[in-house]
Design a protein around this ligand. Sequence first.
Ligand code: AMP
Ligand code: ZN
Ligand code: FE
Ligand code: FE
Length: 305
Amino acid sequence: MVGSLACVRIDLHTHSRVSDGTDSPAELVAAAAASGLDVVALTDHDTTAGWPEAIAAGAEHGVAVVPGIEISTDYHGTSVHLLGYLLDPTLPELNVELDRILAGRSARVPTMIARLQALGIEITAEDVYARSTEAAATGRPHIADALVALGVVGHRDEAFDRYLAWGRPAYVDRYAAPLETMVELIARAGGVSVIAHPWGRSSRREPSAARIAALTELGLAGIEVDHQDHDDAARAQLRAIARDLDLVATGSSDYHGTGKTGHALGVNTTAPSELRRLLERAAAASAASGRPTPSVTLPPGVVLP
Ligand code: AMP
Ligand code: ZN
Ligand code: FE
Ligand code: FE
């Protein structure tokens, strides 16, 4: 049911098979509708290729689809995931960077497979590419899925913990775009940027409040506060930082289908008033950049406070 303000349910971070999720974009949007979400953002890693299918499915299922992306960036040696929303995906300079990231992700796969083989694991390139037939690039999650299918590990996380994560024996570095560059390019594409799970995975509180403030000066619009990788203390501190810096505070599932447990659609949500602020900033970014912003059609009866 939609209509009552308190009931508007918004999830702004999900992945389909176009990156490393296990649903097609249309299946993901259908699942969002079935979960009672009114608004869902598709934010595949470093690609916007799933947008048309997701937007069409949104119209069919009565779910507003916010077109987005999660970009792999580097911030002074730290990996930072940057969410971009409502950007013009045709900006050439943006695509140069995205192509470079996707190519870097795919290029390391043969070396990682060779390292696994050197460890005595009988894995082939075909095993891996069979897991990424619909993806814009082949990444570590697909290698992990191949290891699961071969019975080497029980699940994706085990594959990362034993072999694929940074510092593990099959890890190989890849290109990530400078964070500042991507914040600027998203703004030039008429979109808004939000740091994904800023304090997730690493236990260090990095980027620090001071660094988030510096990024706000460059045009950062928000930070993802409510995420499964943040404990209650991290959420409280990030919410305070967002308030102090006038940043949009989002909450999301980071859904990957069956690829990630504990990340069910809608497990964290974004307040309607925060989505309204995000949409206002996207409209301003579009006006300032002169780039057309994809529009979001809210379901009938849904009004954002
Ligand atoms: P890649 O494109 O190869 O860098 O893979 C990126 C994706 O792999 C991330 O977005 C996560 O979905 C997943 N991932 C990265 N590190 C880990 C980890 N330590 N444990 C589980 N999944 C991970
Ligand atoms: Zn992912
Ligand atoms: Fe991420
Ligand atoms: Fe993600």
